[in-house]
Structure formats: structure tokens, C-alpha cells
Design a binder for this molecule. Structure first.
Ligand code: ATP
Ligand code: MG
Length: 360
């Protein structure tokens, strides 16, 4: 069986460090590893509209932002197909059939959707499209026969839902769909990168992000005001590393060579943490270290982005081509699905030529 990747992001803003460590960086590594037969990367505009129905302009404007972030990070359109979800209408039809295989109570149990409903104050008025987006995500994944979905931890319930739909579909209509697996980041700090305010998750909707396209000074500002240990008031006070955002980011981004380069008096992150715990190490010093690391990581991404920004029509042309390729693949899956469900009437010669009532 081919090894196929499908992942994506909602065009609700530029991409941030959470996307980068949770999924984007991994996608680039997997793309460059050559270990996958096909890679599809979807800009999920239809999904973004499920909670932005009154603001299509926001979604429209952010398509190019997300595409530029992809290219800047090293997604290569000659090796990965980048496409726009709404330009592949086959996905809607698949979702419509999958809806029959899922119950309302099953959707209500999805912990990620539950949290998101609260975050958006949707409790009393959930748009049906938003409530059912895990089903549409199953359509996105299965349309491309994806075996692997590199994503952050918040996506686990979605992939589980997709797997259930596949099993239910195959059991009901015969073996048709491929069951996907989630590929989580290896580094536990990257599973769900917190926001700079220390809140549970860095998220476009919460405004606690460091964006991949932020300027040098924006990054420094964000790091300076980053949440640390609120009880670590004086340099001499012992500090807490757990739940301290600066240290979580160091867990995610710091590599051994960074010490030699920027903080040679320490040999490892463990040493730095031990000093902070004992007391005598100030937040400012740790933040400066993190700032240097982030600047190093993001500078090449920012400069590549500037290059791609010079030719926006070329980026849209790439997206158009990617969407056409994606549509062809999704249409093949849809044909198979219709055949399995026995709703491909006009291809069924037995049905078309059946002779009823001749011998009565
Ligand atoms: P929104 O607030 O509009 O939902 P978002 O910031 O949550 O946006 P998504 O487009 O929903 O971003 O997520 C895209 C991908 O990035 C998913 O695979 C998700 O798991 C991953 N991701 C997003 N935020 C984080 C994070 N803070 N840590 C790890 N992975 C993340
Ligand atoms: Mg999200």
C-alpha cells in the first residue's frame, strides 16, 4: 500500500510556532526524506468558514498567507501537492455520505470540539457545519487515501473519528477506504505548544502567537513579555520550570549547539533548568537565550517568505494546479465510494437493462 500524507491548516491567520512544531516542520522533513509516495497539504478554507461564516474576507485574505508560510518553511510544490479545500467539491459529497455513519452523541463527545465550542462561546448556538467538521475532516483524509496525518495533539480525536468512519464504511459497503494514522511530534513540548501568555495552546483565535512571519523586534517583544513562573519575583528566588512557558519553548527549540553559541557557561538545558530551580538565575537571561534561538530559527523562514512575496501570481498559479491535481484524486475516490454504496446507477448495466414484468 502507498504511504500517503494529508495534512492542512485553516486559513484564519498567518501560521505560528504552534503550527511549525506541531506539524509543519515534520511535513518538510517527511517530504525531504523521500519516504512517502504522495503528500497533500490542504488549506482548509471550507472548514475555516464553519466558524467564520460572517467573515469570508478573512478566510480569503489568509489563503495566500498560509501558502506563503508553507513555501517559506520549505514545502516544495514539486514534491507536495498544496491545494485549497473548497476547490475540491468532491469532499462535500463524501462528507454528506459519511454523515450517515456518525451519531450526534458521538460528535458531542469529541473533546477538541467541546473545547473549541466553549472558546468561541458557541454553547447555545453551534453552527451545524462547525459541529460536524470532524466528519468533513474524515472526508479530506480519506479522499486522498491518506495513511499518515502529521498533526498536533488536538487532532487526535479527529483522526480517531475518521478511523471509525472508515471502519464503519468498509464494514457496511465493503472494503473501500484507507484507515489513517496520526503522526504526533516526537518532542512532548511540541504536542500542544502553549501560547506566549502561558494559556493551554498557541492559537490564532487566542492572539497569543509568535508568527513565522513576525519581524525580529516583534519576536523579541513577545519573548520579553512571555509568561514565566509568577512566584519567581527576585533573581535569587527558586523558580519553577514546569508550566513555565519560556522553558517549554526551550524544550521545543533548544539544541545542544545553542549553548556553545549563545550561553557557553551552561552545558545543557538540564543544567540551566537546575540553576533556575535552585534560584540565582533571572528570567531576563533565559528569555535572551530563547530570543536568540528563535531569531536563528525564524530568520531564514522570514527571508524566504519575502522572496515568494515578490511573485504572488505564481503562488496562486501553484495553488490552482495543486487544486486540479487534488480534484482528480478525490474524484477517483468518490467514484469508488459511489460504486461501493451502489449509487453509481448509470454505470450499472444490469440495472439499466433490467426487464421488469415482461413475463407477466
Ligand atoms: P484556529 O484558532 O483558527 O483553530 P489554530 O491556531 O488552532 O487555528 P489550526 O489551523 O486549527 O490552527 O491547526 C493546524 C495544525 O496545526 C493542526 O495539525 C494542529 O494540531 C497544529 N497546531 C495548531 N496549534 C498548535 C499548537 N499550539 N501546538 C501544536 N500543534 C498545533
Ligand atoms: Mg484549530
Amino acid at each position: 500500500m502507498d504511504k500517503i500524507i494529508l495534512t492542512g491548516d485553516r486559513p484564519t491567520g498567518r501560521l505560528h510556532l504552534g503550527h511549525y512544531v506541531g506539524s509543519l516542520k515534520r511535513r518538510v522533513e517527511l517530504q525531504n526524506s523521500g519516504g512517502f509516495d504522495k503528500i497533500y497539504i490542504m488549506i482548509a478554507d471550507a472548514q475555516a468558514l464553519t466558524d467564520n461564516a460572517d467573515n469570508p474576507e478573512k478566510v480569503r485574505q489568509n489563503i495566500i498567507q498560509v501558502a506563503l508560510d508553507y513555501l517559506a518553511c520549505g514545502i516544495d510544490p514539486t514534491r507536495s501537492t498544496i491545494f485549497i479545500q473548497s476547490q475540491v467539491p468532491e469532499l462535500c459529497e463524501l462528507s454528506f455520505y459519511y454523515m450517515n455513519l456518525v451519531t450526534v452523541s458521538r460528535l458531542q463527545r469529541n473533546p477538541t470540539v467541546k473545547t473549541e465550542i466553549k472558546m468561541r462561546n458557541f454553547e447555545a448556538n453551534i453552527p451545524v457545519g462547525f459541529f460536524t467538521y470532524p466528519i468533513s475532516q474524515a472526508a479530506d483524509i480519506t479522499a486522498f487515501n491518506a495513511t499518515t496525518v502529521p498533526a498536533g495533539e488536538d487532532q487526535e480525536p479527529m483522526i480517531e473519528q475518521a478511523r471509525e468512519i472508515v471502519r464503519r464504511f468498509n464494514a457496511t459497503y465493503g472494503d473501500t477506504l484507507v484507515e489513517p494514522e496520526i503522526l504526533l511530534p516526537d518532542n512532548s513540548a511540541c504536542l500542544r505548544l502553549p501560547g506566549t501568555d502561558g494559556k493551554a495552546k498557541m492559537s490564532k483565535s487566542l492572539g497569543n502567537c509568535i508568527y513565522l512571519s513576525d519581524s525580529e523586534s516583534d519576536i523579541s517583544k513577545r519573548v520579553k513579555t512571555m509568561f514565566t513562573d509568577p512566584d519567581h519575583l527576585r533573581v535569587t528566588d527558586p523558580g519553577k520550570v514546569e508550566g513555565n512557558t519560556v522553558f517549554t519553548y526551550l524544550d521545543a527549540f533548544c539544541r545542544p549547539q545553542h549553548f556553545m553559541q549563545y550561553l557557553p557557561e551552561y552545558g545543557s538545558l538540564e543544567e540551566l533548568k537546575a540553576h533556575y530551580r535552585r534560584g540565582g538565575l533571572g528570567d531576563v537571561k533565559v528569555k535572551k537565550f530563547l530570543d536568540a534561538i528563535l531569531q536563528e530559527e525564524l530568520a531564514p523562514i522570514r527571508s524566504r517568505r519575502k522572496e515568494y512575496e515578490q511573485d504572488i501570481p505564481a503562488v496562486f498559479s501553484m495553488l490552482r494546479q495543486g487544486s486540479e491535481t487534488a480534484r482528480t484524486v478525490a474524484a477517483e475516490t468518490l467514484d469508488k465510494v459511489r460504486h461501493s454504496m451502489r449509487i453509481d446507477y448509470f454505470n450499472d448495466m444490469d440495472l439499466l437493462t433490467a426487464e421488469y414484468g415482461k413475463n407477466e
